[in-house]
Design a binder for this molecule. Structure first.
Ligand SMILES: Nc1ncnc2c1ncn2[C@@H]1O[C@H](COP(=O)(O)OP(=O)(O)OP(=O)(O)O)[C@@H](O)[C@H]1O
Length: 364
């Protein structure tokens, strides 16, 4: 895991044009660079990174650490009523350091107080100076960029994710990336029922997320779904949306065969739409040979929208796409798999799987 994080950080820094050397030091990924803030900001976008701190590196001596704390405090431009605390951690063999954690905190605390005139507050400080001593070297920092946490991308295999031009599925894709899944985005082009804007939005959302997984192949797979939709619309009525969803899952299954993905995923949430009742979700799953994950299953729409905004995949405009024109006036909400299959055109799923295997791989 640590090696994957270090390699992802190195790749993200290359993409951000930040010159840097990346190494693994104890449990930390250490980046040596002349642009520590830019490096920390880039690293803090990546799954597997809990936080990133721009730090001053110095020798593990009390006076040198005090000097580093002084230069940081002088540059930190504290307000006069701001409070601070010092927190520290030491790793080394017995006798490596002729000072204790308490000595570190006392010395750095004194220096910061002298430099800024700010008061100490150990319970709820406005700023926390952090000192980490690792054998012969020490790192002193005061800023901390929060990362997404989770696991490095690729550590949990590949999942084919059905991504539309809507709000939900990019968030579902992100949640899987954050838990270490290299996602294979699958967009189903609905032909005459689809729209160029819808497709462009899906591809743009994937591109936004791809910057957070610089070593994974996140190129979208675009499935030619027009002929499938037409067959479904001709043959079905109440169960139409369910057959359409089954065809999409089968197409994702085909794309997953090609991309060697172990599972599928969608952006569905229970009860959000008529096609997403508990019974309907159960009825559609049978179309896939792989497990279907729904990372948003128990999320409220408002929370999903807030997450999409944070990720930069939210687009407030609604793109008129096929689903509204495809949907029947009385959609089924309590489907049984048998009733759906009965109404479905023959060999729909086989055709969808084939279309998924033949999906066009679009560059980002
Ligand atoms: N054209 C498409 N291509 C790929 N996947 C799709 C497409 N349309 C829908 N999906 C998948 O089916 C799920 C349900 O779609 P639907 O449009 O019913 O719901 P939604 O909650 O509005 O989702 P979204 O906001 O992701 O479009 C989506 O989250 C997505 O995973």
């Amino acid at each position: 895991m640590a090696d994957r994080v270090a390699a992802d950080v190195a790749a993200a820094l290359r993409e951000a044009d930040v010159d840097a050397e990346v190494e693994q030091l104890w449990s930390r990924t250490v980046v040596r660079t002349g642009r520590p803030t830019a490096a920390a900001q880039a690293a803090a976008t990546l799954p597997g990174v809990g936080f990133a701190r721009p730090a001053v590196a110095t020798e593990a001596r009390l006076d040198a650490i005090g000097d580093a704390a002084r230069s940081l405090a002088a540059a930190a431009s504290h307000g006069s009523d701001e409070t601070y605390a010092v927190d520290s951690d030491r790793v080394g063999a017995d006798g490596d350091h002729p000072f204790s954690n308490r000595d570190l905190q006392r010395e750095a605390g004194r220096v910061v107080g002298e430099t800024t005139g700010a008061a100490v507050d150990l319970d709820d400080p406005d700023r926390t100076y952090r000192i980490e001593v690792r054998e012969a070297e020490a790192f002193v920092s005061v800023r901390r960029f929060r990362g997404p946490g989770g696991l490095p991308v690729g550590s949990q295999g590949r999942v084919a994710v059905l991504v539309s031009g809507g709000i939900d599925s990019p968030v579902a894709m992100w949640r899987l990336l954050r838990r270490g899944c290299a996602t294979v985005p699958v967009y189903v082009d609905l032909g005459d029922y689809g729209g160029a804007d819808h497709r462009a939005r899906a591809l743009a959302a994937v591109a936004t997320l791809a910057s957070r997984a610089p070593r994974a192949d996140l190129r979208p797979r675009v499935v030619d779904g027009g002929p499938l939709v037409e067959r479904v619309v001709d043959a079905t009525r109440d169960t139409r949306m369910l057959s359409l969803r089954r065809a999409m899952l089968a197409a994702a299954d085909g794309a997953a065969d090609r991309a060697d993905a172990h599972s599928l995923a969608t952006g569905e949430a229970i009860g959000q739409k008529s096609s997403q009742t508990g019974a309907n979700l159960a009825a559609t799953d049978a179309a896939a040979s792989r497990p279907v994950h729904r990372p948003l299953l128990a999320s409220d729409k408002a929370d999903i929208v807030a997450e999409a905004r944070r990720l930069g995949t939210y687009d407030g405009s609604t793109v008129p796409v096929g689903c509204e024109r495809i949907a029947p006036s009385h959609p089924e909400t309590n489907a049984t798999p048998a009733a759906v299959v009965d109404a479905e055109p023959e060999s729909l799923l086989e055709a969808a799987r084939e279309a998924g295997r033949d999906a066009e791989i679009v560059p980002l």
